[in-house]
Design a protein around this ligand. Structure first.
Ligand code: IPM
Ligand code: MG
Length: 379
């Protein structure tokens, strides 16, 4: 039985970057390509146009019978007039996260020295390098808390949401943060707002407990301890751009992780470079069931022009191989090929050095050409 991948390209730049991603994956897999079957289905605005729903029933059933989901991006001006819960983002992405219990969202941010020109931060801030894993809780918190809605009228009309976290939700994401850090630089920074919010006081207590137990087990197993510290989210937002080198794993709840991960993507030069893996509590055959998608959106303003950066999508494909199929070696080869392509000067518009345009004429290349450059660097 081949490994089944549900391919949901979605809207905007989604289909363009997805086709390049699939091409690179196939090249990287070589003979092993035969082990995989990639099946496409409609999602987001395309789902609404074709089937009347952002997440059509047949798309959901394809996902259910698959081992992993490779996702593009959804949304665009065409569907903005719809009621919020029918729009592509809330109608497809959030239900998929909830349905498959994709509780852990990993967004690895790395700075490539060759792209320092696209990072607005000063050289001395970036010189020690950046390698941060933003680990965002994805199925709880204010995104899904009850009650949520609208009521009242006139001056008393209101809109409301509930920020809530259960112990099990905090424990499982904290455990994953500790395990992830133990394979990296042994440091977890937990982000909260424990100076104001009860749910975040609880978050901090549970994270501290979990780290204590984890470190006791590490000690018995004669393994390295993981350091834990805590930052209020406002301070965290400031510290990651003042001293990005100080961070290893950033553990965040759903809303704070959404905000902090966009901010952190700037350290990597462009949102077009930031992939993400959303891992389920359910295992599939060889690894986690997961949904893999670029952290950025559908970018309707550049869609159809073949100028989008496909790297976030390709890196998402590499994360799929690593986390859902334990193919870490192939995943590293893809990551290295991307680094080599960048080192040799391949630039889509978002990561081009605009200052060189007039002087040394840095050429930008298309989405497809970037894919070809990366394939050439595969070893
Ligand atoms: C993200 C996005 C989504 C989120 C939107 C599109 C619903 O911003 O994945 O970060 O808020 O989670
Ligand atoms: Mg976001």
């Amino acid at each position: 039985m081949p490994h089944r991948i549900a391919v949901l390209s979605g809207d905007g730049i989604g289909p363009e970057v997805m086709s390049v991603c699939l091409d690179v994956l196939e090249a990287a897999l070589g003979d092993k390509s035969a082990l995989f079957s990639f099946e496409e289905a409609a999602v987001g605005g395309v789902g609404i146009d074709k089937c009347g729903k952002a997440l059509p029933a047949e798309t959901l059933s394809l996902c259910e019978s698959s081992d992993a989901i490779l996702f593009g991006s959804v949304g665009g001006p065409k569907w903005e007039h719809l009621p919020p819960d029918k729009q592509p983002e809330r109608g497809a992405l959030l239900p998929l996260r909830k349905h498959f219990d994709l509780f852990a969202n990993m967004r690895p941010v790395k700075a490539y020295p060759e792209l320092s020109h696209s990072c607005p931060l000063r050289e001395e801030i970036m010189q020690d390098g950046v390698d941060i894993m933003v680990l965002r809780e994805l199925t709880g918190g204010i995104y899904f808390g009850n009650p949520s809605g609208r009521d009242g009228e006139g001056q008393n009309e209101r809109g409301f949401d509930t920020m809530e976290y259960h112990r099990y939700e905090i424990e499982r994401i904290a455990q994953l943060a500790l395990e992830t850090a133990s394979k990296r630089k042994q440091h977890v920074t937990s982000v909260d707002k424990a100076n104001v919010l009860s749910s975040m006081v609880f978050w901090r207590e549970v994270v501290i407990d979990k780290a204590r137990v984890y470190n006791e087990e590490q000690k018995i197993a004669k393994k390295m301890k993981v350091e834990l510290n805590h930052l209020y989210v406002d301070n965290a937002a400031m510290q990651i751009i003042l001293a990005p080198h100080n961070f290893d794993v950033l553990l965040c709840g759903n809303l704070f992780g959404d905000i902090i991960s966009d901010e952190a993507s700037i350290l990597g030069g462009s949102l077009g470079m930031l992939p993400s893996a959303s891992l389920s509590s359910h295992k599939s055959g060889e690894g986690y069931f997961g949904l893999y998608e670029p952290a950025g959106g559908s970018a309707p303003e550049i869609a159809g022009k073949s100028v989008a950066n496909p790297i976030a999508q390709i890196l998402s494909g590499a994360l799929l191989l690593a986390h859902s199929f334990n193919m870490t070696e192939t995943a590293s080869r893809i990551e290295n090929a991307i680094h080599e392509a960048i080192r040799s000067g391949a630039r889509t518009n978002d990561i081009a050095n605009k200052k060189l345009f007039t002087k040394d004429k840095e050429e930008t290349i298309s989405t497809i050409e970037m894919g070809q450059e990366i394939k050439l660097k595969l070893t």
